[in-house]
Design a protein around this ligand. Sequence first.
Ligand SMILES: [Zn+2]
Ligand SMILES: [Zn+2]
Length: 302
Amino acid sequence: MIYSCLHTHTELCDGNGTVEDYCKLAHEKRFVSLGFSAHAPITKKTSLMSDWHLPDGSFDKYCFLVRTAQKKWKDALDVYLGLEIDYIKDYIGPADDDIQALGLDFIIGSVHCLLPSNTSIDWTEKFMQQKKLLCVDGSEEEFQLLITHGWNSDVFALVESYWEAVIAMCKRGKFDILGHCDLIKRNNADDKYFSTKDPRYLRYAEKLACVLADSSMPIVAEVNTGGMNRGKTKEPYPSLDILKIFRKKNIPVTINADAHFPAHLGGNYDTARRALLEAGYTYFMLYEGRKNGKALWSKSQL
Ligand SMILES: [Zn+2]
Ligand SMILES: [Zn+2]
């Protein structure tokens, strides 16, 4: 199988290692391409505070370093400049004009943070005054806070809000890769909080597959081994059940490590490959750059 990874985080946001460290190791591991996808700066645009997004002041440096590496490595490795854009309703999303105007090679659209609709409880006082983001993939304590304070202890209501956010982001479109679409399971080892086999849960995946299938600009779903690479999940995102749903709708897929260390590159790709084969896929998509604003993808044998 050909190796590539478009989902990486360097020391400039919440990852480790430099752009050059990643390029060197990707080349050593015989990758054909490598994309950088820092968490897009968020504070200046939304006034939400975060310690894991690229600081606003580092954005130019990030672009410069990746574009420099792109030139330096051009004969040995295809390097691409991208961003992982958060979708937070009414705050930020991949389809925003300012994001589209950045001239990136590719965009990953992801949902990590949810803002509760119920602000009558002490949520506002406790969190929103500090404008601190709570994420579904944060610590388990953070996840429990989301359930209890944000969703009145109704776990499934939180799960529904998550899926609705992913679906809303995909309906707005204008991004290339759907990041870790069932990230909501990150703190749900052994179905501790909700069942990922629940028909109501899987119906959201079906709804998502329909939206992806109807998208005018193709959105490629990633099989993301980041949860496994960081010892947080026993399987990639998304689950085999969801991959089977995607397969039925012919949703294109790619494989990414969501690397936060250079050593994560290619991590658990064998598991991702096996899951895709079991779901009925025979190939995955390889990103080949942009032409006239359009992303180019080729099919690669699993
Ligand atoms: Zn992410
Ligand atoms: Zn990521």
